[in-house]
Write a protein that binds this ligand. Sequence first.
Ligand code: 5GP
Ligand code: ZN
Length: 116
Amino acid sequence: MTTTTECIFCTMARDPMHVAPVYRDDRVFAVKDINPKAPVHMLIIPNMHIASLAYVGPGQVPIMGHMFVVAEEIARREGVALSGYRLVLNQGEDSGQEILHPHMHLLGGKQLGAMG
Ligand code: 5GP
Ligand code: ZN
């Protein structure tokens, strides 16, 4: 299920001039995180607002898979594909998710340490 709910990532998706995307295609775009937690911290964001992963069904699976392909492409461009990187997708309150529009964090450029 998708909705027309407005959010900051919907605004960015609709108005490319609003941000300077490091990557954009017809399904997703990527920007630098405004509050980076690592030397490389990108957000890979689908244009489509999906209010929760609970609403990811067969129709949304291709775009979710595409996010992984784009993540590897951005990692290559940012020079962290070989050194390694971490992908994080927060879902729900306990994860600390701030923006209710699915997005993948790509973190790299340093030893990230254990998940904790
Ligand atoms: P979440 O906690 O929802 O998984 O992650 C939201 C991320 O979006 C945070 O890391 C936060 O720094 C980032 N963020 C919030 N607002 C903006 C914004 O206006 N521009 C960019 N580039 N990143 C943002
Ligand atoms: Zn949205």
